[in-house]
Ligand binder design. Structure first.
Ligand SMILES: C[S@@+](CC[C@H](N)C(=O)[O-])C[C@H]1O[C@@H](n2cnc3c(N)ncnc32)[C@H](O)[C@@H]1O
Length: 363
């Protein structure tokens, strides 16, 4: 018996010391974690990915620094940092004049180009903008006060009113959301095209600059697409073939269509507002065969360590910092708002490699 106890204690001690060792390594991530997005933002602003892409192939260091007009010793350190993370690939070269490397694109570095179909540049620029970083400084004050108003504390009004009065910031949000739509909508069409079956008209509620509907209109030529958003967003939206832009307030009325699509909007709002928006969506669609297609995060309960779960939990923190009552919801929380909005049934499907699920709610 004594032997078993000694073995158990020694196993626990070993586990504790390996956790200690791991913590000693992991803690640096929390001290310097902000450095990664900050340097990536710098790379986007410098246009490193575009320079290499425009070169049509790997670019020597001296070509890169002279094209960008950068201080070579500083750029060299930036490139060392980025290539260590597989953002650009360093290819050893023989001449001594080019710091020993040429640089090529990688799948990650291509996502830093502003005009690429996989671009996430605008999303990174939004999240690292002074406007979006400021609310993080009052997160603890807001949690202590039991109210999620970090953005209001920093800027005196909620994010949507702030955007309406600061059109540069509004454009940054719209461009960032277009990156999100470019990533998510093709994945939904590929993995779950049935959502659009039998629909002749579709309204995207809070559709931003219309990117989602432009993708749907191209892929499903039979669908008449409506992009619905606030007036200041619609005023700046580009003309898109076979997409009608409509301005309005989703809390008042949603344009009528066979189905409503609503992506990354409900998570900006608390449950009561969410129920109001869903009721307006329900009123906009036919009772028979109508549907609301909700593309949102579902927070999985339990301890699963799936990689996207971490991204979903981060998004939940972003909602806390950037909206008043917004949050990412568990299935139980979705069940509550969908039923309270008067829908009779719904289905839930996860989509491969993206953070959003598709919830289809039926009147
Ligand atoms: C997080 S963005 C999502 C954009 C887009 N659905 C996407 O996923 O790419 C939220 C959108 O809701 C819009 N919005 C906010 N309040 C609104 C309202 N009262 N009526 C209509 N749209 C609104 C914003 O202007 C913004 O475009």
């Amino acid at each position: 018996m004594g032997e078993i106890l000694r073995e158990t204690v020694s196993a626990l001690e070993k586990e504790e010391s390996s956790e200690e060792a791991q913590a000693q390594l992991d803690i640096w991530k929390y001290i310097f974690g902000f450095v990664e997005p900050a340097v990536v933002k710098c790379a986007i602003e410098l246009g490193i990915a575009e320079a290499i892409e425009n070169n049509g192939g790997p670019m020597t260091f001296s070509e890169l620094s002279s094209t960008l007009g950068c201080d070579p010793s500083l750029l060299n350190r930036i490139m060392r940092f980025l290539t260590h993370r597989n953002i650009f690939k360093a290819i050893p070269t023989s001449t001594s004049t080019n710091h020993g490397y040429s640089y090529a694109q990688t799948p990650l570095s291509r996502r830093l180009m502003r005009n690429d179909k996989h671009s996430m540049a605008a999303f990174i620029l939004l999240e690292t903008s002074p406007v979006m970083l400021a609310p993080w400084h009052s997160l603890s004050a807001c949690v202590l006060a039991n109210g999620n108003t970090s953005f209001e504390k920093a800027h005196g009004q909620d994010v949507w009113k702030y955007a309406a009065e600061n059109l540069d910031h509004s454009n940054l949000i719209n461009d960032a959301m277009a990156c999100h739509a470019n990533l998510t909508v093709p994945a939904i069409i590929e993995d779950y095209s049935e959502v659009f079956d039998g629909i002749n008209s579709l309204v995207d509620v809070g559709g931003g600059n219309g990117t989602a509907m432009s993708i749907v209109a191209k892929a499903c030529s039979w669908i008449r697409a409506i992009n619905f958003d606030l007036q200041h967003v619609i005023d700046k939206a580009p003309e898109i073939e076979r997409v009608e832009h409509v301005a309005g307030d989703m809390f008042v009325q949603v344009p009528k269509a066979d189905a409503a699509f609503i992506m990354a909007v409900l998570h900006d709002w608390g449950d009561e507002e969410c129920i109001q928006i869903l009721k307006k969506c329900r009123e906009a669609i036919p009772k028979e065969n109508g549907r609301v297609i909700i593309a949102e995060v579902v927070i999985e309960e339990g301890g699963n360590k799936e990689r996207l779960k971490d991204t979903r939990l981060m998004l939940d923190m972003v909602m806390m910092a950037h909206t008043n009552l917004g949050k990412e919801r568990t299935l139980k929380e979705w069940d509550h708002v969908i039923k309270m909005a008067g829908f009779s049934t719904y289905t839930v499907k996860s989509i491969k490699n993206i953070v959003n699920y598709v919830i289809m709610a039926f009147p």
